[in-house]
Design a protein around this ligand. Structure first.
Ligand code: DGY
Length: 319
């Protein structure tokens, strides 16, 4: 039996599968484990199943010891893991692509609708019991039909968002190193464009690129200024892809019309400049937050960890 450390509470099905084969030390509290406790627990671990709230860096790998063979993240994004440090110590890293595509695309589409139709703002009026009445010019938003959605990073989630947006009557432009395969390109009737063109011509820009040192503050004041003043920014990727201070300033000065954010630079802290803005829709990292999706993510992470412990090739190796 190998020692498997699970760094946070995960759905029971995945835990049962891990426990059936290995000695599992799982943190089962809903609040994240402290760094100190985690450093103690990983000592002697052969595999770690990690959540994105835990930083897997060289210090933690050293604390685990040379027998550590893998880190399986219960997330598609793995910016909480120092992949080069894992590589240097011959520790394999896996993630959970695919299983959260539809749930995350639902949230991106929801944010597009919420911000263009001022839904959160309207809900706040009612909950605050402020006076309101139907009016010809009351709380008007923008229609998305016939408008262009610009997708930055056309991976699986980007394509799923594009499909939804097409059903709502939007047209699609996207950036991607290599164009989409011919069938998907045709299905979406999508335009493959350079970033500057996408920013200048899109009515909604939706971010779907992974976070890395290269994409840190990718949407900064300069890039925001390239967008139309009537356009909206949506981020369901990772918070630090956007310079939040620059975004708050752009929203305050109406450089762009609005933003819908599921992720934040310093989660769970949100830049205070965003908090009072009616043109910012702010939701707490809910992209993959459905019962079904979280069970599937944990299950896939368990499959990856078990494959490596059994000397097989894991389905979702990264790096
Ligand atoms: C992921 O898997 O990267 C998501 O952000 C988790 O919700």
């Amino acid at each position: 039996m190998s020692k498997v450390v699970v760094t946070g509470k995960i759905p029971s099905g995945a835990l049962t599968r891990l426990r059936a084969e290995h000695d599992v030390l799982a943190w089962e509290d809903s609040t994240p484990i402290s760094r100190e406790e985690l450093l103690k627990r990983v000592r002697g671990a052969d595999a770690i199943v990690s959540l994105l709230t835990e930083k897997i860096d060289d210090e933690l790998l050293a604390a685990a010891g040379v027998q550590l063979g893998s880190v399986s993240n219960v997330a598609v994004g793995y910016n909480n893991i120092d992949v080069p440090a894992c590589k240097a110590r011959s520790v394999l890293v896996t993630n959970t692509p695919g299983v959260l595509t539809e749930a995350t695309a639902d949230i991106a589409m929801s944010l597009i609708l919420m911000v263009t139709r001022r839904l959160a703002e309207g809900e706040r009026v009612i909950r605050a019991q402020q006076p309101w009445q139907w009016g010809m010019f009351y709380m008007l938003g923008s229609s998305i039909q016939g408008r262009q959605l610009g997708i930055v990073g056309m991976g699986q989630i980007g394509v799923a968002v594009a499909r939804r947006a097409r059903a709502f009557g939007m047209t699609i432009a996207y950036t991607k190193r290599t164009p989409l395969d011919a069938a998907t390109h045709k299905e979406l009737d999508a335009k493959h464009v350079e970033l500057d063109e996408l920013l200048a011509t899109s009515d909604v820009v939706s971010l779907h690129c992974p976070y890395s040192p290269e994409t840190h503050h990718f949407m900064n004041a300069t890039q925001l200024a390239k967008m139309k003043s009537s356009a909206y920014l949506v981020n369901t990727a990772r918070g630090p892809v956007v310079d939040e201070a620059a975004l708050a300033d752009a929203l305050q000065r109406n450089v762009i019309a609005g933003a819908g954010l599921d992720v934040f630079e310093k989660e769970p802290v949100v830049h205070e400049g965003l908090l009072g803005l009616d043109n910012a829709v702010l939701i707490p990292h809910l992209g993959s937050a459905t019962v079904e999706t979280r069970a599937a993510m944990a299950d896939l992470a368990a499959t990856n960890a078990l494959a490596i412990l059994n000397g097989k090739t894991a389905p979702n190796l990264v790096g």
